[in-house]
Design a protein around this ligand. Sequence first.
Ligand code: UDP
Ligand code: MG
Length: 321
Amino acid sequence: MKKISVLIPMYNEQEVLPALYERVSALINRIPEYDWEIIMVNDGSKDNTAVIAMQIHANDKRFHFVDLSRNYGKEVAMMAGFDVVSGDCVVIMDADLQHPPEVIPAMIAEWEKGYDDVYGERITRGKEPWLRKKISLLYYHLLQKTTKTPILENVGDFRLLDRSCIEAIKQLRETHRYTKGLYCYIGFKKTKVPFEQANREVGQTKWNFFSLLGLAIEGLTSYTTMPLRLATIMGSCVSLGAILYLIYIIIKTLIVGEQVAGFPTLMVAILLLGGITLLSLGIIGEYVGRIFNETKNRPNYFIREIDGKKVNTVSYADLLD
Ligand code: UDP
Ligand code: MG
């Protein structure tokens, strides 16, 4: 019997867990042709998520509970999940039920046809602020333009990955993770399944303006070196302009002489150059920072417990059953 893992990263999701359990368990009861393994990864929640998840595990052994040592963020929580899952494929979904579990059978059907990476494509995005929707579309557009491996629009983390994709992703152990880009990077045979993104059932989104901005910068800098090129281009343009202006001044001084004036020109030049220099330094800094973090070569996460058992061994598989 083939085994299907479902990976659910959770951060402060206590309100939604009972509903999540109900929907997911109802679904897997309807599909007994597969062996199911649900991995709930608790990403250092500050509420009762851990307690409730342990209760779920206690009364339904198909549900497993991985407790990370602190909050690492969704990207790293997913990485921990990839390391732990043991299925022939894994379905990744959000805990907040924005990714309807009822779509999973359609994904499995595509997987059985031989596709390795079946991603959910949002046909509606659910309730989201207008501005956030617009900015997010603009951002993907920009990202598309600057990279060679395209990143798909309206595609999130709701997807099914074959074991071969899991093994591939597991080898990409960078600290600054932008998983959406990684799925595209690894390639494999992809297909899509449409789904309607529901509204968040209960609880609050974990993203605010700054964390989204952070993720956006992460996406750009971990996926493309285009901003560095942009700094070079801006620098070159300004230098060229400066040289032309220099020639103009020399000729002008030789012909009509020089009365001391031109304070505005001077100010504009200084401010513009200063601005561009600082911006370029900032861009380089973003990349240097990433190099610094990667060279430390630290493990990306630590697991505190699996199914309530302390993790002293490296073999997660033994702990799971
Ligand atoms: N999440 C996580 N760690 C975090 C933040 C979020 O594991 O630090 C999980 C969260 O519990 C949910 C998923 O990532 O299952 C998506 O989060 P959220 O619904 O807040 O994001 P949105 O749907 O608004 O993009
Ligand atoms: Mg959500």
